[in-house]
Design a protein around this ligand. Structure first.
Ligand code: ADP
Ligand code: MG
Length: 576
């Protein structure tokens, strides 16, 4: 085609209505899962207590949604299928939307790309009405007996839109999309009982209990005790609550992070990013938690009208909300020990009381370690010169001595600063750094940065420096006022080599991530080794310091520090 031909101008025309609505429908109805989403949202908006979804052939055969909601009065049924017809906007105010739908586009869009049948009755109407539309026009209309509520049946989806049909993925992919869509809606509406059948097979069932922990356990098939409520935070007019799965249960993608804003499932990217940054150091690389976070905000602070499929919302004060949410998640995750399951299935045995296990034990008062962020632990001893064995109110604890110390040192290194003298130690005898010329050159540029982190170095000859202060590193670098019973268990000799490596590593990147890597490296090198025998004061001091860190369950590399063998698992294994 030549350039002149391509720009050849044709007259402007208004598209015939059927074509125009098929094009418009594409924005709302992309695939079978979009039909499911719109129909279930309508049922939720209609205050249904129970929603039943039956699908055949991944939605290309038949999609049927039955609800027991308020229904549509017979005389309004034809109107429901018209473009921009909605009962959900009382006045013309788009600012305070409290329903999932509000644009009046779903039913006409579905009718443009499929055969749509609606059956509905209200509590007032003694008889219901059935309406079938093909290509957007009514082909069948008759009275029908129907309990209060609505049934919607969609057939021949995309039969008249070959491009959509061609773009459809394999059936199992579309079916998986449908299941994921319903999961999200079910989590966002825990008070509704959902039943889902794919080709006659039950794939999802929730109880409608109204409880977030229950619905998460039903949707994911997890035992409720592997899910933990996160602490509820209220501030200004907002409220944050949620549920998070045990850190040992992770997923490779972010799609199991459910953010509910005023009972609407969404993915506010800013919130996701901030939350991810918070759990990143606590979970293995590339893994994500199973999590539901429910935000309750004044409706005027949520803008839902920004995405065609209403998948995104805009939150006023998003970054503030995200930060608070991230903080509660971090605390919840960081304090939870990974539960070591002796048996594959963790079935609760209500007859075994946790506290009973603790009370029956003889007390070892001089071995009891009480800290803010761990349960009270009786230190029993050391195993294989690498694990600390302790007993808590909810089971036996195994603590990796190296990682525990690493966590303690890492937090000290991150907290140290030259303007808080009590985070620092003035070395009675300075340590000497003998450097190569290039190391010396690098170090000279970083003297101020290092000093700000608590490592105060002075030049001493051409390529030699004196280290005069370091951050307070319990068990590695201490002075009299700190000694407080923390024996020197760590690798003090490793401090200088690790510092030199860190200086070699200085690149032109931002100092915050350099500081983090420096802290991880120093903590790892100087922490007590596995294989080193420790006496009781050493064991107690380590556990004491660990319980005072913010996240005692996970080391700076993201590996577990603690394993818990719970009393129930033992009872089961021993057949008590
Ligand atoms: P919207 O949900 O944006 O209002 P829809 O096209 O999805 O637009 O639905 C149009 C109208 O039909 C709704 O406003 C509602 O009054 C009615 N409606 C649709 N589905 C149901 C249902 N399951 N129960 C009761 N009313 C419904
Ligand atoms: Mg709708």
């Amino acid at each position: 085609m030549s350039e002149s031909q391509r720009v050849a101008r044709r007259p402007i025309r208004v598209l015939p209505p059927a074509l125009a609505s098929r094009i418009a429908a594409g924005e709302v109805i992309e695939r079978p899962a979009s039909v499911v989403k719109e129909l279930i949202e309508n049922a939720i908006d209609a205050a249904a207590r129970s929603i039943r979804l039956e699908i055949t052939e991944a939605g290309f055969g038949r999609i049927q949604v039955i609800d027991d909601g308020i229904g549509i009065p017979p005389d309004e049924l034809p109107l429901a299928c018209e473009r921009h017809a909605t009962s959900k906007l009382l006045d013309d105010d788009l600012r305070c939307i409290q329903t999932l739908g509000f644009r009046g586009e779903a039913l006409p869009s579905i009718a443009a790309v499929a055969e749509l049948t609606l059956l509905s009755a209200t509590a007032e109407s003694r008889i219901g009405r059935r309406l079938t539309l093909r290509n957007g026009t009514i082909v069948r209309d008759e009275p029908v007996a129907h309990p209060p509520g609505t049934t919607v049946i969609v057939k021949h989806l995309f039969a008249n839109v070959p491009v959509r049909l061609a773009a459809a993925k394999q059936k199992h992919v579309e079916a998986a999309q449908i299941v994921q869509t319903v999961r999200r809606l079910a989590i966002a509406a825990p008070h509704i009982r959902f039943t889902v059948l794919l080709d006659g097979r039950h794939v999802l069932q929730t109880s409608g209990s109204g409880d977030l922990v229950t619905v998460m356990s039903e949707v994911y098939g997890l035992p409720p005790e592997s899910l933990q409520s996160i602490e509820t935070v209220e501030f200004a007019e907002a409220k944050i609550t949620g549920v998070i799965a045990d850190p040992s249960i992770t997923r490779p993608g972010r799609s199991h992070l459910h953010i509910l804003v005023n009972e609407r499932w969404t993915q506010p990217r800013g919130v996701l990013n901030t939350i991810e940054a918070a759990y990143r150091p606590l979970l293995p690389r590339g893994r994500h938690p199973i999590l539901a976070l429910a935000l309750t905000l004044p409706p005027e602070q949520v803008d839902v009208n920004i995405h065609p499929a209403k998948l995104e919302v805009r939150l006023h004060h998003e970054s503030q909300i995200a930060k608070i949410a991230a903080e509660v998640i971090r605390t919840t995750l960081g304090r939870k020990a990974r539960t070591f399951q002796l048996a594959a299935a963790a079935v609760t045995d209500p007859l075994v009381s946790h506290t009973q296990v603790a009370e029956d034990q003889p007390s070892y008062d001089n071995r009891l370690v009480v800290t803010p962020n761990l349960p009270p632990l009786h230190i029993l001893g050391q195993v294989q010169h690498r694990l600390i064995l302790a007993e808590g109110p909810d089971g036996l604890y195994l603590i990796d001595q190296h990682r525990a110390h690493e966590r303690v040192l890492y937090e000290r290194l991150k907290a140290a600063t030259h303007d808080a003298p009590d985070t620092l130690v003035e070395l009675a005898e300075p340590m000497i750094l003998e450097l190569t010329p290039s190391q010396a050159a690098k170090l000279s540029n970083w003297l101020d940065a290092l000093a700000a982190l608590g490592f105060h170095c002075e030049t001493f000859g051409r390529h030699t420096f004196l280290l005069r202060t370091t951050p307070y590193l319990p068990g590695v670098v201490t002075e009299a006022r700190h000694a407080g019973g923390f024996p020197a268990v760590g690798q003090r000799d490793a401090l200088i080599p690790a510092l030199l490596e860190a200086i070699d590593d200085v690149a032109a990147e931002d100092s915050e991530s350099w500081r983090d890597r420096l802290s991880i490296r120093l903590a790892c090198r100087t922490a007590v080794r596995r294989g080193q025998p420790l006496d009781l004061p050493g064991l107690c001091a380590l556990v004491q310091a660990l319980g005072e860190t913010s996240t005692p369950a996970v080391c700076p590399h993201g590996s577990p520090i603690l394993l818990r063998i719970d009393g129930q698992a033992l009872a089961r294994q021993f057949n008590w």
